[in-house]
Design a protein around this ligand. Structure first.
Ligand SMILES: Cc1cc2nc3c(=O)[nH]c(=O)nc-3n(C[C@H](O)[C@H](O)[C@H](O)COP(=O)(O)OP(=O)(O)OC[C@H]3O[C@@H](n4cnc5c(N)ncnc54)[C@H](O)[C@@H]3O)c2cc1C
Length: 260
């Protein structure tokens, strides 16, 4: 075993509550700055998020059981927004985005390091963070206009606006070339028609980043465009939420049959 791989890393650095650990083989690839970020993110996840995760899960379960419609949406949004604001204040969000839009500009590796560390705390806000700040927003950074970037990225990083991603459809999964949703320009407005599914966090989002075919004569991958769709726009309907699974109970022990 190459001892240099473990240089500067103590076992204490790798300890995680509940027995998680990062392999030394992984951390040795980090630069000193990335390693420092990892330890900072880990300390934040353990001290600020982990102790609050059980209570947040309890709240989510109670809200889902006791509230419907707008009230339920607002209560769940509050939890997601608290999570995003807490991360923003701690400098734990926005690695993918330049400082001009409220990010840190730290880059993809920093984002992955932070993702990995935050996920270990198991806070329910984490799934909304990944869809709102990554899936629902990177397309705006890459392909959006300057006005769209300024309008949407800073409030999302600050936890004031929630987004989600809408690509998958009832008839299409990985194969987006068969996408059915169409967008047609009528006057100065785009009219969209279609159905999306598996839109994680779509029920809580202010906007979804939605892909639709705009040029049927081109190959779908070339004739596809991306829209920022407000969820409160007339005509947008959420037909069904994912069925709520039963919360995980204690493991069931399977007994052998009585006759042996
Ligand atoms: C928990 C969860 C959250 C999701 N959140 C979102 C979301 O927020 N927004 C969104 O738009 N979508 C979301 N999705 C959808 C996801 O991104 C995939 O598009 C979808 O799950 C895949 O479609 P499918 O289930 O119809 O499988 P299919 O695409 O039909 O694939 C079926 C099987 O075929 C395999 N396969 C597919 N294509 C090929 C190929 N070319 N070569 C070889 N094998 C192949 C696949 O690996 C798979 O095993 C989510 C899915 C899940 C499970």
């Amino acid at each position: 075993m190459d001892e240099d791989l473990f240089k500067g890393i103590t076992l204490d650095d790798l300890k995680m509550p509940g027995g998680w650990s990062v392999s030394p083989g992984q951390t040795h690839l980090y630069t000193p700055r990335e390693r420092e970020l990892m330890l900072r993110a880990r300390a934040f996840a353990q001290q600020e998020l982990l102790p609050r995760a059980p209570e947040a899960h309890k709240q989510v379960t109670e809200i889902k059981a006791g509230y419907q419609g707008k009230e339920r949406r607002e209560c769940l949004r509050e939890i997601a927004k608290w999570y995003l604001k807490t991360l923003a204040e701690a400098g734990m969000s926005g690695s993918l985005y330049p400082e001009a839009y409220g990010g840190s500009g730290a880059g993809v590796v920093a984002e992955c390091i932070i993702d990995e560390e935050l996920a270990t705390a198991g806070h329910p806000g984490e799934s909304i963070r990944s869809v709102s700040l990554v899936l629902g927003t990177v397309s705006i950074l890459r392909y959006g206009t300057e006005a769209q970037k300024k309008r949407h990225i800073p409030p999302r990083l600050a936890g004031e606006e929630l987004s989600a991603l809408a690509i998958t459809e009832p008839q299409i999964g990985s194969d987006t070339s068969r996408m059915q949703t169409r967008a047609v320009l009528k006057g100065d407005r785009w009219v969209l028609n279609g159905q999306k599914r598996f839109c994680t966090g779509g029920g809580l989002a202010d906007y979804v980043t939605l892909f639709a075919i705009t040029d049927s004569s081109a190959h779908p991958h070339k004739g596809m465009s991306c829209f920022i769709v407000p969820m409160d726009h007339p005509g947008v309907t959420i037909r069904r939420q994912h069925p709520q699974g039963k919360p995980p109970g204690p493991p069931q022990r399977r007994l052998p049959p009585a006759d042996g």
